[in-house]
Design a protein around this ligand. Sequence first.
Ligand code: PYC
Length: 316
Amino acid sequence: MQLRVLDSHTGGEPTRTILSGTPLTQAIAPGDARPSVARRLETMRRDFDFLRTGLLLEPRGSEVMVGAIVVPPENPAHAAGVIFFNNVGYLGMCGHGTIGAVETLRYLGLLAPGKHIIETCVGDVIATLHADRSVTLQNVPSYRIAKDVPVDVAGASGLVCDVAYGGNMFALVDVSDQGWMELSAAKLIELSTQVMESVRSSFPNVDHVEFFAQPKNPQNSSRSFVLCPGGQYDRSPCGTGTSAKLACLAADGKLQAGEVWRQESFIGSVFEGSFEWVDRDKGVISPSIRSRAFVNADLQIIVDPDDPFAWGIPSV
Ligand code: PYC
């Protein structure tokens, strides 16, 4: 298996993009069936999960990485299909990962500036590659599902969250009054994991938690800390998390269509977000996120048949 794999990061959050060398990435002959990206994800989960574990788990990978495998799109007129995954499984969408995969394709000369439709397992997104190499991602329609849901965290009283969809499902908690954003990442992982456990008793599909508070840089709108399903935090402001946040702001009338929202990550990187209404009565928005990714490695993957951990260390 001769895998073609490049690494990038978007706002500090890494994306490991697989471009070729697997049955999933092979071009489809004219006339052959073109499965949807959602069906391809199921094939990968069933038959090729070793790619996920081998590339993302230790000793080759790390728990903070997100993988993106570029597959033929169902619609041959579209630019690409992408399946996203992490250390514990598969993601519906990934904003930083889409921007990373688009920059990787540009780096290899496979995408030119302009608009490109990318298929994901939760729907089509539009990536506009700009001349300055930044990418505007028009994400899937996003919306708030519930407001002021009580959250149980030991030692914190009166905590509530919004539940919102932005390509993944988020519990969003305003922690300005708790002073939590001054704590260490390890402590925030602990607290956000408690929030996840509490919210899941009523919203079992929530797989990300977003804390937000005042930005460190006054030019930004808000600072966030996002817990991902694998127990790590997103170094970037999180594209799907920013989309969920925009949906909540829109629903509360705190941000108007076309206005720019600068979401600062825990490490200080920034995504610029804005939205247009899809259905104002139902609170559904079309969010856009702009950022830039940087390719930082072109890997040669070696699989030694004698290596017991060639496809990752299984969970112990
Ligand atoms: O940018 O949407 C995102 C994302 C999800 C998980 C990690 N990053």
